[in-house]
Design a protein around this ligand. Structure first.
Ligand code: PNS
Length: 161
């Protein structure tokens, strides 16, 4: 029997959006196990701490049996090897994502040729969504209903208080 394929879906998830969740769901339907890997130490100060980002992701993916949530630091490929993963999943929204993703995928391949990066497209309704846009729109009083899970909305309200 073929070995189960473990995929890593890495990101900052500050905060997770419905676009990320769409990619997690699609990955879960293709790979045996998906590890959503939260980058702990972000270059820019995150809005949510690593613990908060992990907690939110665990809550919203809790009912998906083959999805696990974890955090990592350092090189993504080292973490992927440690987890026995064969695949790194990245979501591509538009052509503008391509250049950065292309660079990362080839650099990761140079460092660890056993791991393939696989790009997935989110549903078109989420193709313009990003965590930074969500933070900006929310901070300026715009409506983000339907673009992030409810727990993210309530966590954002919690930060206001
Ligand atoms: O959600 P993001 O911020 O686009 O995710 C970027 C992420 C976490 C995938 C990327 O920054 C990353 O892999 N960081 C870990 C450090 C690393 O391996 N850097 C070399 C990448 S070629």
């Amino acid at each position: 029997m073929a070995e189960p394929v473990i995929a890593i879906y890495p990101g900052s998830f500050d905060p997770v959006t419905n676009g990320h969740l769409d990619i997690i769901r699609r990955s879960g339907s293709v790979f045996d196990t998906v590890i959503v890997a939260v980058l702990q130490n972000l270059e820019k100060k995150p809005l949510f701490s690593a613990e908060e980002r992990l907690g939110i992701l665990r809550e919203v993916t809790g009912s998906w049996e083959n999805v696990k949530v974890d955090s990592f630091d350092g090189l993504l490929v080292s973490y992927a090897v440690e987890k026995g993963a064969r695949v790194i999943v990245r979501g591509i929204r538009a052509v503008t994502d391509y250049e950065y993703e292309f660079q990362m995928a080839l650099m990761n391949r140079r460092m660890e040729s056993s791991i393939e990066t696989i790009f997935m497209l989110p549903s078109s309704e989420y193709s313009y969504l990003s965590s930074s846009l969500i933070k900006e729109v929310y901070a300026l009083g715009g409506d983000i209903t339907g673009l992030v899970p409810e727990v993210v909305e309530s966590s954002l309200r919690g930060l206001d208080g």
